[in-house]
Design a protein around this ligand. Structure first.
Ligand SMILES: C[S@@+](CC[C@H](N)C(=O)[O-])C[C@H]1O[C@@H](n2cnc3c(N)ncnc32)[C@H](O)[C@@H]1O
Length: 286
């Protein structure tokens, strides 16, 4: 019978071509937390403990999936976001740390406001609308996605996390009629923003498993979602309302120009924790 430490060694041996040592260790700790209920401190104390056949088989099955480049979040069907656990599957993007930074900025900027009317465009797992709904007092949050499967997953997350979010399954290129009389204090979006040309720099685990619909835009129109959403914002932002975007780090300057040309003011380009251009925050000129 193998002891727990043998599995850590096996993970390092089998995954070293896919991940660096720290990532492998982090993934291993996630796996044993999930399968054996051990936190990091307990693991240090249990390294020499034997692992029974059932748990061994399950851990080895996870390792097989990891070797096929499958992200651990899709294997376990869960991802952490802003202190909560979200259900995920291959029809939704795995929530990213950059998006946590976007949500954190919005929560900090608006924590003293109440009864905000908010719309999020491109729901995915529901990480943005659900987190805003949880953290902003009495906010009314609506979110829209073209993917039925994404809406279904996000609805499940809203139920599990006990938040009341309104979900709309629609295409933002044909949506205007739905919102004709609505005004929002906050419009937020993390739309698809990767060009096909960037594929060569991306990891296999993203390319093979994450939904294309969530990631990619046409090479010739990299800002098309931002163009359409900011036109919507010009009509539907309430006075003094705020527009927030997560953006492609290589298009910061172009994004800022687009927003200024559209007539927004106080256009701020904000860097993420890694120093990359990542967020646009703008207000509508009145
Ligand atoms: C980059 S993902 C963001 C998901 C989630 N907000 C997050 O941050 O993890 C973009 C989302 O936009 C959705 N989407 C793509 N094209 C769309 C369209 N034309 N209309 C509405 N939603 C669309 C995708 O299905 C995907 O869920």
């Amino acid at each position: 019978m193998k002891i727990l430490q043998d599995f850590e060694l096996l993970f390092q041996q089998e995954l070293h071509k896919l991940y660096d040592n720290d990532e492998i260790k982090a993934i291993f700790l996630v796996v044993i937390a999930e399968k054996l209920g051990l936190n990091t401190a307990n693991y240090q104390l249990s390294k020499k403990d034997p692992v029974d056949d059932k748990n061994s088989a399950e851990i080895l099955s996870i390792l097989r999936d990891l070797k096929k480049h499958k992200p651990i979040q899709y294997i376990l069907n869960k991802a952490d976001f802003y202190g909560e656990v979200f259900q995920v599957n291959e029809s939704v993007l795995i929530p990213r740390q950059e998006t946590e930074e976007l949500v954190d900025l919005i929560i900090k900027n608006h924590k003293f406001s109440q009864n905000l009317n908010i719309i999020d465009i491109g729901t995915g797992s529901g990480c943005i609308p659900i987190t805003l709904s949880k953290h902003l007092t009495n906010a009314r949050v609506t979110t829209i996605d073209i993917s039925k499967e994404a809406i279904k997953t996000a609805q499940e997350n809203a139920n599990i996390l006990k938040t009341a979010v309104q979900f709309i399954n629609a295409d933002i290129f044909e949506w205007e009629y739905i919102f004709s009389n609505q005004h929002y204090h906050i419009i937020v979006s993390n739309p698809p923003y990767i060009t096909p040309g960037e594929k060569k720099y991306m990891n296999e685990n993203v390319l093979a498993y994450e939904p294309e619909l969530a990631l990619f835009i046409e090479e010739s129109t990299p800002l098309i979602f931002y163009d359409v959403i900011s036109s919507f914002a010009l009509k539907h932002l309430a006075p003094d309302g705020d527009l927030y975007f997560e953006i492609n780090q290589y298009l910061g300057a172009e994004m800022k120009d687009l927003m200024i040309k559209k007539g927004f003011e106080q256009v701020k380009l904000i860097k993420d924790i890694n120093g990359a251009d990542r967020i646009i925050h703008a207000k509508k000129a009145w």
